[in-house]
Unconditional design. Structure first.
Length: 315
């Protein structure tokens, strides 16, 4: 026979020998207590947890638009893995999370992660999460994170390979590029001002947390070219008519410029680069791919640059 009781957050399971009658004087009986610690999350985090309000729903929905993100200086991340990565980064002061919106299940499963922090948590049911989510299948948690825009200085060009983009528009492509840059250890990306916002929800989702580790600057390319020329930094462009990049040498520091997904680099820009490179196409005949996806091109070239640096440094 067993009875369950909840006492001060401890679940006490009382087991009594079967031969004892159902109506017994517990005080006079021999009983076995099995204690299972079950600290109720709401008593630990009572000051941190609130129910999701209509005003908060309105704010989160508005953050899907760039203008609202700029006004509020906030962007939204979604998904268990990304949110956990940002919580870890926040604990090291690499970012600031304004608040988290999550289901009760997620809060119960993860409260130990933030029980000793001052993170604000808004509790919502899955239906509410679905209404404010940018995902087709939400994972029950999202977070609003404060802007931390990196400040551009010409000095970042001096000792590193810098990736630059002219009018990149596709958010999924750009997120993949950020993730690729992170994988191969490229810390700085420069984009023309008309490029997609790197706080766009689709960019962040595609980047999968890599936005924490890669700086994205928005800069007029004329300004970039001026800094490049003044500091004698090589500027390489990418073009289908460029030289086979596998046959070219790369300096330790240079700027590598990629063009728009549809039209590539403007012809005027190609005329002022120090060198233009391309990825050779090995397929023959008329039945072949016309071009490579931009993110694929970035991955191929950055992989080769990193491989060569590793080989050179090991000599």
């Amino acid at each position: 026979m067993s009875n369950d009781a909840r006492l001060s957050g401890l679940r006490v399971k009382i087991q009594i020998f079967k031969h004892y009658p159902r109506s017994i004087n517990i005080r006079g009986s021999i009983i076995f207590f099995i204690f299972e610690l079950s600290v109720p999350y709401n008593s630990v985090l009572v000051k941190q947890i609130e129910d999701l309000s209509k005003n908060r729903v309105k704010e989160i929905r508005s953050l899907q638009q760039k203008k609202s993100r700029e006004i509020n200086q906030l962007f939204v991340i979604e998904g268990k893995k990304i949110v956990q990565e940002y919580i870890a980064a926040a604990s090291g002061n690499f970012c600031t999370i304004r608040y988290i919106v999550a289901t009760t299940d997620w809060i119960k499963q993860n409260y130990s992660v933030f029980a000793h922090t001052d993170l604000k948590i808004y509790r919502a049911d899955y239906a509410d999460i679905k209404r404010i989510s940018n995902l087709l299948t939400p994972q029950g948690v999202l977070a609003a994170v404060e802007f931390q825009r990196a400040v551009y200085q010409p000095g970042i060009l001096l000792d590193n390979v810098t990736l630059a983009f002219s009018s990149i528009r596709d958010p999924g492509n750009f997120g993949t590029i950020i993730r690729t840059a992170d994988w191969f250890g490229f810390k700085n990306i420069i984009c023309s001002p008309d490029s997609v916002d790197h706080y766009n929800p689709k960019v962040l989702q595609s980047a999968m947390g890599s936005s924490l580790r890669v700086n994205v600057f928005y800069l007029e390319l004329a300004h970039l070219i001026k800094d490049v020329k003044e500091n004698n930094i090589p500027l390489y462009g990418t073009s289908v008519s460029g030289r086979n990049f596998y046959s070219e040498d790369f300096p330790d520091a240079f700027v590598l410029l990629f063009g728009n997904e549809a039209s590539g680099i403007d012809s005027e820009l190609l005329r002022i680069t120090d060198k233009n490179i391309s990825i050779p196409r090995y397929a023959e005949g008329n039945d072949r791919a016309e071009s490579l996806n931009l993110a694929s091109s970035v991955a191929i070239i950055t992989s080769e640059i990193r491989r060569r640096k590793k080989v050179n440094h090991s000599k």
